[in-house]
Write a protein of this length. Structure first.
Length: 292
């Protein structure tokens, strides 16, 4: 009997083989029927044979009753086989999953061992060094080197020059205060040209007297040629050094700054003369009147 063959198909093939072997057809109630039944039972699976062995008078049954018993046990066998097959598949799948899980655990355990073996290594001095810490230290070292390069670059750049505050002193916003004009960092505060700073300007002293020519000297020193200590002498525009006329390109850039400088200088001299005339000593007054 074939694995998936139906019972009645199996019976038809058995009768055909019996006829081919004996040359006679099976006759009910004869020896041919007993031989056919016996041959068919022996060709069935072992579990079906064991089940049919419990049937009393199997070979003496009518052909119809014999077919009922055989078909019943063959059907039970196939159903049980299908159930067992499903259970077997489930068991196999479960075994495969279990094996995969176990294999995965073994792989993870091996990775942990390898990681633990690689993390701790012996340094040059024989001490154990953490590889992960070394990686972090290396990253920190690289970042520190980058910061050092940035600082070096900033140190090589020249700082922005401070604004020129004119002749005013302290933090007052008096004469000479220019405010915030938004000058470029490479613009000179003296000649207002680009490409150099005020301390490198070749025109220092060209557009006016030095800042401390008259105001930064000691009081016991003579401020004018021909005078003596303590003598009060009036200022005149002729006593002040006159700046040379500026170049055309500087005049175009500075506008009326030269004229403003002259006006401011004359006003400063007039104010100083008035103050000295009011608070001068007797000798100073007589000299002032004599000069008038």
């Amino acid at each position: 009997m074939k694995e998936d063959e139906e019972y009645f198909e199996y019976k038809r093939r058995a009768k055909a083989l019996f006829y081919d072997a004996t040359g006679e057809a099976v006759q009910p109630g004869t020896t041919s029927t007993f031989i056919l039944f016996n041959t068919m039972v022996k060709g069935m699976p072992k579990p079906v044979q064991q089940s049919l062995s419990h049937v009393v008078g199997l070979y003496t049954l009518t052909e119809e009753d014999f077919d009922k018993n055989c078909n019943h046990y063959v059907t039970l066998y196939r159903n049980e086989r299908e159930n067992n097959k499903e259970e077997t598949q489930k068991v196999e799948v479960s075994n495969i999953k279990l094996q995969n899980k176990k294999l995965k655990e073994e792989v993870e355990a091996q990775k942990s061992k390898n990681k633990a073996a690689n993390v701790m290594k012996v340094g040059v001095d024989g001490s154990q060094v953490n590889v992960e810490d070394n990686d972090q230290n290396q990253k920190g070292k690289e970042q520190a080197e980058q910061m050092v390069d940035v600082v070096k670059l900033l140190l090589t750049q020249r700082p922005a020059q401070r604004g020129y505050r004119g002749n005013s002193r302290g933090r007052s916003r008096g004469r000479g205060f220019q405010g915030q004009r938004g000058n470029r960092q490479d613009q000179c505060w003296i000649c207002h040209q680009y490409g150099h700073w005020s301390r490198d300007c070749a025109n220092i002293g060209r557009y006016g007297p030095p800042r401390n020519q008259f105001f930064g000297q000691r009081q016991n020193q003579s401020r004018f040629p021909g005078s003596y200590n303590g003598q009060q002498q009036m200022w005149t525009p002729n006593d002040m050094p006159q700046p040379p006329p500026p170049q055309e390109q500087n005049m175009s850039m500075r506008g009326n700054s030269y004229t403003q400088y002259q006006d401011g200088l004359e006003a400063l001299i007039d104010g100083a003369n008035s103050k000295r005339a009011t608070h001068s000593t007797t000798g100073g007054v007589s000299q002032w009147w004599s000069s008038r």
